[in-house]
Design a protein around this ligand. Structure first.
Ligand code: SAM
Length: 202
């Protein structure tokens, strides 16, 4: 079982490494459409963002379009990804923008199922079209949950074809107060926005 998972993960990593050079061209517009649906400037205010499966950093480009000046960008960002090639594309983008903006970004090459990050350190989780790649979505998501403070905002999307909406919602229900669910055919993902809650055992 463990062998199978490791093999699957290796395959995913190789797939993204091999396709990283055309990722933005093929998926840029599609990903931007998803961000448009669910991420608002006020969500980012005074946050330390954890972007789970950050890829080539399309989200960072979206943030730069969202704000008129760097003074309005009141957040810090950490992106984690397992694919070195996707991350290198992200780094190239950061190297081209002004230092004041790129200093807000930190990247970690790591596996979402084994995060080298302290618990309770972030207050915004964003993950767009990444968790469905994990051999064990629940484990991966729980790992991300641990590094989030209580009451943090979570914005998560998962490819619809990989998951039943009902399963997804029932899984999230006892971990977050769900604020919004977007499940429309024109968008290829199911998108969920909610607040992390720790349920009392009583
Ligand atoms: C469809 S891309 C989405 C990228 C980005 N979130 C976006 O909006 O463009 C999925 C990303 O998840 C990453 N990924 C897949 N499995 C992972 C894992 N176990 N740990 C960390 N990242 C992973 C891939 O390398 C890829 O960059």
């Amino acid at each position: 079982m463990k062998k199978e998972r490791t093999k699957k993960k290796k395959g995913i990593k190789e797939k993204y490494n091999a396709t990283s050079f055309f990722y933005d061209k093929r998926y840029g517009n599609i990903q931007f459409q998803k961000y448009d649906e669910i991420i608002y400037p006020e969500d980012l205010e005074k946050t330390l963002i954890f972007d789970a499966g950050c890829g080539t950093g399309l989200l960072s480009e979206y943030f730069q379009k969202m704000f008129d000046s760097v003074d309005q960008m009141n957040f810090k960002y950490v992106g984690v990804d397992i694919s070195i090639q996707m991350m290198q594309n992200f780094m190239k983008k950061l190297n081209k923008i002004q230092k004041k903006v790129s200093n807000k970004y930190n990247l970690i090459l790591a596996d979402l199922e084994n995060l080298p990050i302290r618990k309770n350190s972030f207050n915004l989780l964003i993950s767009i079209t990444s968790y469905q790649n994990l051999p064990d979505i629940r484990k991966g998501f729980e790992e991300s949950l641990e590094i989030l403070k209580n009451n943090s905002l979570m914005i998560i999307s998962i490819l619809r074809k990989k998951l039943e909406k009902e399963n997804l919602i029932s899984f999230f229900e006892d971990k977050m107060e769900i604020l919004k669910v977007i499940d429309e055919q024109r968008i290829e993902d199911i998108i969920i926005k909610g607040l992390k809650i720790i349920k009392s055992p009583f």
